[in-house]
Design a protein around this ligand. Structure first.
Ligand code: PNW
Length: 471
């Protein structure tokens, strides 16, 4: 038997990702004040089974054990997020020492083990008070975010390898303010478009504020959940506009796409975009986007609504049935159920979508370094009687998607790294603890961690810097 190896470039960054509210718990400890997710998850009927992030995986207390797992996996990088209301509690005088210490110890622990800290400033946990003052549809939230970025940058900026301003602003704007299946649960399409703009502005202001205080060698980024859209050209164009180009346009081309403005003209006149905003958002030579983070799980298939389809009109695969649409301006687009196999989320498994997405980004934005900041799958994992978790389908998913990354790299796309979502099973937002994305299993009754077979497999990939298959 011989080995066939798909080798990755030297220095390719192998990582795993998490987010603060999904793993930390300790929701009311050491001065942390509520975020919109605390309020939303504690509201009956919002999250499956009434689950909340109050305890989650208790990572706030168990981080030394989790750090040992990261080291044993051989991770080159760890992507985590900083909880805004933990480090800047509501009504406080400024930075909360205890909250900052938690991240400071984590960062030092990562560096001691040779793991690069990749910090995201916003993975959806807006301080509740800022929501009550208007939330992301209000311009002031962007200014407050830049202030938060500058303060935390000033204390961690000498040690963090990569700064990511926002995780998936599409989810924040459209699941949070249009379909309402994420916190804060508002269903106002016009407000969701204002939120998208203020998220873009928040990125632009914060990334510049950060640059003024952090190490000049730090990398700066944003992470988008770009949709790889297939199907009828007009339907695909509309979804591409309101899913992808609403963020890529101002960031990389310096303006919002004209077709997006036309598609949404019945909802808003976009007067929340003020003179100078697009320049404040755009990546420029003095404030470049050093790397674009891309989260990919599944492709999207669309067609124009004809009234009798079996797909769900303006509600994507895997979205809660009966919820409002997260697609302002695209009510006439229908989302078509795709061929299986599917993950436990109901998301179609198709690695070619990731390869095509990477090629498209390379074509549209040549020279832009990319990083897969999330990729993974939820399956119904159980600890077997032999004490192991035999998650062969996750291994196949990760292997096929890594092979897709390797093909894109071979075709000339500059992909710098890959982060598995997620290091640990965790609080999967409106699905609570019912969906397990981890490569490490968590028994929530005991908080016991068990490496799944996929973690053992990933450790071998990392140490070989290659996918090895027996042929
Ligand atoms: C991402 N959608 O969320 C997030 O960054 C993670 O926090 C999350 O756990 C992971 O993917 C798995 O869901 C998404 O409905 C949530 O299109 C929803 C969607 C996309 C991404």
């Amino acid at each position: 038997m011989t080995d066939r190896r798909t080798v990755f470039p030297e220095g390719f960054l192998w990582g795993a990702a998490t987010a603060a509210y999904q793993i930390e718990g300790a929701a009311d400890e050491d001065g942390r004040t509520p975020s919109i997710w605390d309020v939303y998850s504690r509201t009956p009927g919002k999250v499956l089974d009434g689950d909340t992030g109050d305890v989650a995986t208790d990572h706030y207390h168990r981080w030394p054990e989790d750090l040992r797992s990261m080291a044993d996996l051989g991770l080159g990088a760890y992507r985590f997020s900083i909880s805004w209301p933990r480090v800047l509690p509501e009504g406080g005088p400024g930075l909360n020492g205890k909250g900052v210490d938690f991240y400071s110890r984590l960062v030092d622990g990562l560096l001691d083990r040779g793991i690069a800290p990749v910090a995201t400033l916003y993975h959806w946990d807006l301080p509740q008070g800022l929501e009550e003052a208007g939330g992301w549809p209000a311009r002031d939230t962007a200014l407050r975010f830049a202030d938060y970025a500058e303060r935390i940058g000033a204390v961690l900026g000498d040690r963090v390898h990569t700064w990511t301003t926002l995780n998936e602003p599409w989810c924040t704007a459209f699941l949070g303010y249009a379909s309402g299946v994420h916190a804060p649960g508002r269903t106002d399409p016009a407000a969701s478009l204002a939120a998208a703009h203020h998220l873009n502005l928040a990125h632009g202001l914060a990334t510049r504020a950060l640059r003024s205080v952090v190490s000049p060698t730090a990398q700066h980024s944003i992470t988008l959940n770009l949709h790889h859209v297939r199907g009828e050209p007009e339907a695909a164009r509309k979804i591409d506009a309101v899913a992808n180009r609403i963020f890529l346009g101002p960031l990389l081309d310096g303006c919002y796409p004209a077709d997006l403005l036309a598609d949404t003209a019945g909802l808003t006149d976009w007067s929340f975009v003020r003179d100078g905003d697009e320049a404040a958002i755009a990546a420029t030579p003095d404030a470049p986007l050093d790397v674009l983070g891309v989260n990919y799980y599944s492709p999207t298939l669309v067609r124009m609504w004809n009234g009798d389809g079996d797909g769900s009109r303006a509600a994507a695969d895997g979205h809660r049935q009966g919820a409002a649409s997260p697609w302002p301006g695209a009510d006439d687009v229908e989302f078509v159920r795709q061929p299986g196999p599917y993950t436990e989320m109901g998301w179609s498994i198709d690695a070619t979508g990731m390869e095509e997405l990477l090629l498209r980004l390379h074509r549209d934005h040549p020279g832009l370094p990319l990083m897969i900041t999330e990729n993974g799958a939820a399956f119904d994992d159980r600890v077997a009687p032999d004490g192991h978790v035999h998650d062969d389908r996750r291994i196949a998913y990760l292997r096929d998607h890594l092979a897709a990354v390797a093909r894109a790299i071979a075709a000339g796309v500059d992909v710098r790294g890959y982060f598995a979502w997620s290091l640990l099973d965790n609080f999967e937002w409106s699905y609570g603890y019912s969906k397990r994305f981890g490569i490490i299993h968590v028994d929530y009754a005991t908080q016991r961690r068990t490496w799944k077979d996929s973690a053992l497999w990933y450790r071998d990939v990392i140490s070989a810097n290659a996918i090895v298959s027996e042929v």
